[in-house]
Design a protein around this ligand. Structure first.
Ligand SMILES: Cc1cc2nc3c(=O)[nH]c(=O)nc-3n(C[C@H](O)[C@H](O)[C@H](O)COP(=O)(O)OP(=O)(O)OC[C@H]3O[C@@H](n4cnc5c(N)ncnc54)[C@H](O)[C@@H]3O)c2cc1C
Length: 411
């Protein structure tokens, strides 16, 4: 394989979230010149866990992201608790994911994996030229025919490809002529974290040592999802509740809440979990939305990626994994010798063909899983319901094989 591409592309990425950074890493490694534009002066992440199933972790490994430095906890089982008593009702061992699917089921603190992706994109060691980061660059207009971006600060940029990774409230999407059809979910979500030290003082050591995703509820709106991250130093909880409960109107990732609000929302929950809630830190609330799939993802040299392309309910823990897959797909399609095979435009069409059906299927299954835990991958490998997403389909996905079939015109 040549050491550099036969004509590197200039690629602009809008948004330095997990999706935008993953795309930067994947494209840098193919020796393209990548600039990432982020609207804020610091592209950060929130304090909560992020589980990366093998279909997402596979790309992190392939890109040489320092997974160990992101302090993962390897998830080994799923545990279902009785809502009111906390008694264990079901335990599903996950088995050896590396043997089955090639990589671990990693659970990260979101900030830790974001930091490692930043390093992989912008630091000098690594395959391909380091990407450039432009902060305080909020994209306000895109001209798809000219391949240009206008920023709020008055700057302009042009690129061979513009990757819009600007999240669920993407402005770029609208600029491409897509009007999202979305509804407010029945559910909102609190997230909170608590240190292992505090949990040990509370006598809740098993929550750290279980190496599990643990659930309370999940059949109906109410659901608590708990898992350890940061080498087991932190435990993170997502707590879903009916949106009419507090009629949350604000949008964003950092609407603060108190332990009292958490406790008031779940009065009849397992007393051990309530003990945790009373001491929980960094509690935030989220509104959730259901977006219908968009009609297309690309226009001219512009493509959508991550939540900008396929925002989904968090109930399959697959939003970032799908963004990592999108990024992986861009790296495969725009591999360093692609110009011998097709044009940039044809490559973007291929990207959409490769990604949209699969991401849409996961998006729809995430919606079904919002109020029905039986729809979540991992609870069963059987196709016990027509159309149900299985863990094999998600974690055992062979993107290279899929791409080869598309290129051969088989699919
Ligand atoms: C409760 C919850 C739990 C989740 N748990 C998991 C999980 O366990 N596993 C998993 O795989 N996924 C999970 N997800 C999904 C995951 O968080 C998202 O899919 C993922 O963060 C999307 O990344 P993104 O880069 O596409 O978007 P974002 O993270 O939203 O990043 C967008 C970036 O673009 C920037 N930006 C926005 N507009 C502009 C503009 N105009 N100009 C320049 N920059 C701009 C923003 O500032 C931001 O940095 C969860 C989601 C939720 C809500």
């Amino acid at each position: 394989m040549p050491s550099a591409t036969n004509h590197p592309l200039n690629i602009a990425i809008i948004g330095a979230g997990l999706g935008g950074l993953a795309a930067a890493v994947a494209l840098r490694r193919e020796h393209h010149n990548v600039t990432v534009y982020e609207r804020y002066d610091f592209a950060g992440e929130v304090g909560a866990s992020l589980s990366a199933a093998p279909n997402g972790s596979k790309f992190l490994e392939r890109w040489g992201v320092d997974i160990q430095a992101a302090k993962p906890v390897i998830l080994r089982k799923l545990i279902m608790h009785d809502w009111a008593t906390g008694e264990t009702q079901n335990e599903y061992p996950l088995g050896d994911y590396r043997a089955k699917f090639g990589t671990e089921y990693n659970n990260f603190h979101r900030i830790d994996i974001h930091t490692q992706l930043l390093k992989s994109a912008f630091e000098t060691p690594g395959e391909g030229p380091p990407c450039t980061l432009q902060v305080n660059h909020k994209a306000i207009a895109i001209n798809a025919s000219a391949g240009s971006i206008t920023f709020e600060n008055g700057h302009h940029a042009t690129a061979d490809i513009i990757v819009a990774a600007d999240g669920i409230r993407s402005l770029t999407r609208q600029q491409l002529g897509i009007t999202p059809n979305y509804t407010l979910s029945t559910s909102c979500c609190y997230r909170c974290i608590i240190s292992a030290e505090k949990l040990r003082a509370l006598g809740l050591d098993d929550y750290i040592d279980n190496e599990a995703i643990e659930y309370w509820g999940g059949f109906g709106i109410n659901k608590i999802v708990m898992s350890p991250c940061s080498n087991g130093d932190v435990v993170s909880c997502y707590c879903f509740y009916p949106s009419e409960y507090n009629n949350l109107r604000e949008d964003g990732w950092s609407i603060a809440a108190s332990p009292e609000q958490l406790l008031d929302t779940f009065p009849d929950l397992d007393p051990r979990m309530r003990k945790l809630f009373a001491e929980a830190e960094d509690i935030k609330m989220w509104r959730l939305y259901r977006h219908d799939p968009y009609p297309y993802w690309t226009k001219g040299p512009v493509c959508l990626l991550g939540d900008a392309a396929h925002p989904m309910m968090p109930d399959q823990s697959q939003g970032s994994c799908m963004a990592f897959e999108d990024a992986g797909a861009l790296g495969l399609v725009f591999h360093r010798g692609f110009r011998d095979e097709y044009t940039v435009e044809a490559g973007l069409e291929l990207y959409e063909k490769l990604r949209k059906p699969r991401a849409t299927r996961v998006q729809e299954a995430s919606f079904r899983a919002r109020e029905d835990l039986n729809e979540r991958i991992g609870w069963s490998s059987k196709t016990d319901r027509p159309g149900k997403l299985t863990v094999e389909e998600v974690c055992g996905y062979d993107m290279e094989g899929h791409l080869r079939e598309l290129l051969a015109g088989v699919v």
